[in-house]
Every structure is written in C-alpha cells, then in structure tokens.
Design a protein around this ligand. Structure first.
Ligand SMILES: C[S@@+](CC[C@H](N)C(=O)[O-])C[C@H]1O[C@@H](n2cnc3c(N)ncnc32)[C@H](O)[C@@H]1O
Ligand SMILES: [Zn+2]
Length: 402
C-alpha cells in the first residue's frame, strides 16, 4: 500500500475509498470546522463559543440520507437539538456523516479511536453506539495531562476522552503492548521482602483506561511543529502498537500535522492522512522529511480516489436507466411525478468532485425539469429533493433553518 496524504474535506475523500480497506482509524476532530487554528475541543474557548461555531451550513445535505439506516440516529440527533441546541446538533450530524463512512471503510478486525473531550464526548458516544453497535464499545479512555493553567471557578479541566470502538468481535488488541512503567513507589514496595507482591525486575504493568503517564506537548517540546492542536507521538504509538499489526494500514481523517502518519511510519505500518487545510499539507511534507526521512515515500492528492471495490458502470449503459426506473417506480426523485422512462435523465447523487463515482448506488433519475433546476440552482433543488425524501422515509427530520 502506498502511503497517501489528501488535502480536501475528508467526507469527499472517504466517498472514494473502498469498504473494509483500513485496519485502524484514529481521529482528533476539530471543535470548529472553519478555522483550523482556532479553538479545538478542550481549549479554553471551547465551551463558551460553541454556539457561534457550528451551524447547519457545516452539514453536507447531499449525504444526509445515509443517517437513516442507523437505529435511532435521527431521533437521537433531533433530541440533541432540544437538550443542547442547534450548534451541537449540527456538530453531531457533521460527525455522524463522517463516522458512517469511517465505519464502512474499516476492516472487520479494525478499531476506531475518537479523540474528544467533555465538551461533546457524551453526545458523541450514543452516536457511536448507533453506528458501531453498542456491543462494540470497548473503552472510554481518559487521558490526563498537566499542561495549561488552573481555574478558580471549577476543578481544572485536565483530561481528554478517547472513545474506542471495534467493528467486530475479532478486533486486534495486543495487550502486551499496553505495558506502562510501574511507579517508583510500587517498585520500592517490591523491594521489601515482607510485603513484596512483584519481583524487582518486573518494572511494567498492563495499562488501564486512565492514562496519566503521557504528557501533552509543552511549548518547549522537541516534537513541536507549531501546529496548535498537535498530539504527542507517544499517545499515537500506544494506540497503533496495541490496535494494529506491522504492515497494517492506519488512517487519520483529521490528520493535522500528521502525528499519526509519523508514528505509523516509524512503527512499520502504512498510513493514509487527510486534512482540509493546505497549510497542514505543507507542514506535513516538512515534518515527514525531517522526522521520518520519507519525503518521497508518499503520494499527495487533492482529488478523491476512485473506489475499486464496486463495479463502475457508465451512466449511458441502458441497463442503468432500466434498473433505476424500476427502483423509483417511474417517479422523478425531485418532484415525485410520474414520467416515461425516455423522459427521465440520469444524475449523480454525489457529484464526482465530492468523491461520488459511476456506480449504480450513486445514480438517480430526474425529469428534465428537475435536472435543469439542479444544474442551475443546486441548493434549491437539493432542498426540494431532501424534503421529498423526508416524506418518503416517513421520518420527518425537522432540523430547521439556522
Ligand atoms: C485537532 S486537529 C488534529 C491534530 C492532529 N491530531 C495532530 O496531532 O496534529 C483537527 C484537524 O482537522 C482538520 N479538519 C477540519 N475539518 C476537516 C474536514 N472536514 N476534513 C479533513 N480535515 C478537517 C483541521 O484542519 C485540523 O488540522
Ligand atoms: Zn422532476
């Protein structure tokens, strides 16, 4: 597998990735989708300004219908709007659209680590339960660090939450690689012949779900690239060693300055990283050449890849139109009116620029009028189409206007 870095929205790139094609996913999504260098979840600004940062415009309406297939997901997202407000609802929807694609791309032996914090972790967990299945929840890891200031108004917030889910029952978990050093105190106790429970050379133990031995990067760290939300390599090394094997493919859809890619490379794994920011790509190229000495050992694309696991079929093929006409009961997806097959036109549901390809699943039939409306005024058409689908699905998604 060729290591790959993509600069684009990860939703579009993932649309073009094959199902069951990666072994491990780590994601550390942003708090604010629009400004990379502003508050990540967990920063001081996070809670206070959450409402200004997420709106319905962050949600890709083109792939909204994918949420319907997951038990309770739409009702759940709806309820977040009532409890917390529309900003959290938009954020959860944005995340759900992407986690659904990650779940599809993950192999059956794979796991996903979602790095977040108490700002949204309690909203993200039921969403993961719905997409992965609640029985595939493995751990809620608490990563405690000491960096940053103290507060006089609350207990200082010094932990992140990492939610770990597996795709299936036979997931990779090399517990021997979870070993962490025993504390000095424990080792002293071990020296005492009376109370000794462990031998003196037994200096490590299996890690628990609260991680206190990995420090966040401080301003003086040699590892620092200048990327404000950079995570320590040691954190990624633990995750990669425990939940993947050598030669496996590690995928980070929000890769920032590519900590995951560097750790994967150093541990003999292949990697795929995506970040929407051009600046992240520049930093990554620089970092990889410095840290990992592998400047030429990856490809860098902005366009989505083409899926190789489903059969491509040209829209002009007569069988396509026939199959779609039957599936849609002769009705136009846009206006829901009946048409003759010859009066219908084939449309790509997800455009090619967003990773949609020439597959049957990505085609729909529109009447000439709807197809032209879409061509000229896409948003207007899309609203109509989505409205139409809502009724058809008998589930009314009242996300409302922002
Ligand atoms: C919290 S940072 C990740 C930092 C990373 N773990 C590291 O160690 O450098 C989140 C990243 O997600 C990127 N991002 C935000 N929205 C994205 C999207 N839709 N697709 C791909 N990347 C996105 C941001 O540009 C930002 O670099
Ligand atoms: Zn129509």
């Amino acid at each position: 597998m060729q290591n790959a870095l993509y600069t684009n929205d990860n939703l579009y790139i993932m649309h073009g990735m094959d199902s069951e094609s990666v072994d491990l996913i780590y994601l550390d999504p942003p708090f604010n989708s629009k400004r990379t260098y502003s508050a990540p979840i967990g920063s001081k600004a996070a809670g206070a300004s959450f409402n200004d940062m997420w709106s319905w415009s962050d949600v890709d309406e083109l792939s909204l219908h994918e949420l319907v297939g997951f038990t309770g997901l739409i009702d759940y997202i709806q309820s977040i709007g009532n409890i917390h407000g529309k900003a959290m609802m938009a954020y959860t929807t944005y995340m759900a659209q992407r986690i659904i694609e990650m779940h599809r791309i993950l192999k059956f032996t794979g796991s996903l680590y979602l790095h977040c914090d108490p700002t949204a972790s309690h909203y993200l967990k039921p969403m993961l339960d719905s997409i992965f299945g609640k029985s595939n929840f493995i751990n809620e890891i608490v990563w405690h660090y000491q960096t940053g200031g103290a507060s006089k108004r609350w207990f200082s917030r010094k932990h992140d939450v990492i939610l770990l889910y597996a795709k299936g029952k036979k997931y990779v978990f090399d517990y021997k690689n979870t070993k962490v050093a025993r504390t000095e105190k424990a080792m002293q106790r071990a020296q005492n012949p009376k109370g000794a429970r462990i031998s003196a050379d037994n200096t490590s133990k299996v890690a628990m779900d609260v991680w206190t031995d990995l420090q966040a990067l401080n301003p003086m760290s040699a590892e620092r690239t200048g990327y404000p939300t950079q995570k320590p390599l040691a954190l990624l090394e633990r995750i990669i060693k425990v939940s993947s094997n050598e030669g496996d493919i590690v995928f980070d859809p929000f890769c920032g300055c590519a900590t995951t890619c560097v750790a994967a490379q150093q541990l003999g794994r292949s990697w795929i990283g995506i970040d929407i920011e051009k600046q992240a790509a520049d930093l990554l190229v620089e970092r990889l050449s410095d840290d990992a000495g592998m400047f030429k050992d990856f490809i860098h694309f902005t366009n989505p890849p083409k899926r190789t696991d489903i059969e491509a079929i040209e829209p002009s093929s007569p069988s396509v139109k026939k199959a779609l006409y039957k599936a849609q009961n002769g009705k136009c997806i846009g206006c829901n009116n009946d048409y003759l097959e010859k009066d219908m036109e084939i449309d790509h549901i997800i455009p090619k620029s967003r990773g949609g390809g020439n597959y049957l699943e990505n085609y729909q039939l529109l009447c000439g009028n709807c197809n032209r409306t879409k061509g000229n005024r896409p948003m207007e058409f899309l609203r109509m189409r989505i409205e139409n689908r809502r009724t058809l699905m008998e589930k009314y998604i009242t996300f409302g206007d922002e």
